[in-house]
Design a protein around this ligand. Structure first.
Ligand code: FES
Length: 241
């Protein structure tokens, strides 16, 4: 049960600086705390609350709402087996039953050695390779019982450490650059090395708005095209008369 490490506090402050409202950083900070400990400990939740000027109850309320956050200890490998329609039709339940027998725990439980937590989940968007599962949110398709046993053995032996990161690791690249919230900097922590939005060189032909949508940079060209369309429409109407 740990508070965030000094390194993660720095990351948390950098993340908070990306948002116009401090509390908007709640979900990323929960991922950060979960990445550190594998689950959201009471101390971790308390520390996130402190950093965001929220109460622990508010943070817990959000954490307990989302399936991807865990407020109880989770095994080293979180095995999530899909039993939604495509997987169900291709042996998803048989795969789940096999996993329960093979690991010796029911869905929702953790093996006594803390190696695996098994859970049944809804569609994980790999339907074309049903039946499928995820381990620490990394996906494996066309999983037969034999392949499941091979996978579990490889995970237990640490042979898939490169492919499957520790539980809680959402992404391996931490964002420290890019767009930042367009609010005054006073009282906020600057994002290290992040270029100011105004200084960024826009591409020659397009610009990106804050939602990442592309817009035509040449407004004159757009107006010309509209005028031309009006002219064609007008001549069509004239011809019809
Ligand atoms: S139904 Fe299993 S991944 Fe979509």
């Amino acid at each position: 049960m740990a508070r965030l490490t000094p390194e993660n506090v720095t990351r948390a402050r950098e993340t908070i600086a990306l948002y116009p409202q401090t509390r908007s950083a709640l979900i990323p900070l929960l991922h950060l705390a979960q990445e550190q400990d594998g689950w959201l400990t009471p101390d971790g939740i308390g520390h996130v609350a402190e950093l965001l000027d929220l109460t622990p109850a508010e943070v817990y309320g959000t954490a307990s709402f989302y399936d991807m956050f865990f407020t109880e200890p989770v095994g080293k490998h979180l095995v999530s087996i899909c039993t939604n329609i495509a997987c169900l039709l291709n042996g998803g339940y048989e795969l789940l039953e096999h996993a329960e027998q093979s690991l010796g725990v029911k869905a929702g439980a953790t093996t006594p050695d803390g190696e695996f937590t098994l859970e049944e989940v809804e569609c994980i968007a790999l339907c074309g390779n049903a039946p499928c599962l995820a381990v620490n949110w990394r996906f494996f398709g066309d999983v037969t019982p034999t392949r499941f046993d091979e996978l579990a053995a490889g995970l237990r032996a640490g042979q898939l450490a490169e492919e499957v990161p520790p539980h809680g690791t959402l992404n391996r690249v931490w964002r420290t650059v890019g767009l930042v919230a367009g609010v005054p900097a006073e009282g906020r922590v600057a994002v290290q090395d992040a270029p100011a939005v105004a200084e960024a060189e826009p591409p020659a032909d397009t610009v990106k708005d804050q939602r990442g949508q592309r817009e035509p940079a040449d407004e004159q060209a757009t107006e010309d095209a509209a005028a031309e369309a009006d002219a064609v429409e007008g001549s069509d109407e004239g011809a019809a008369e």
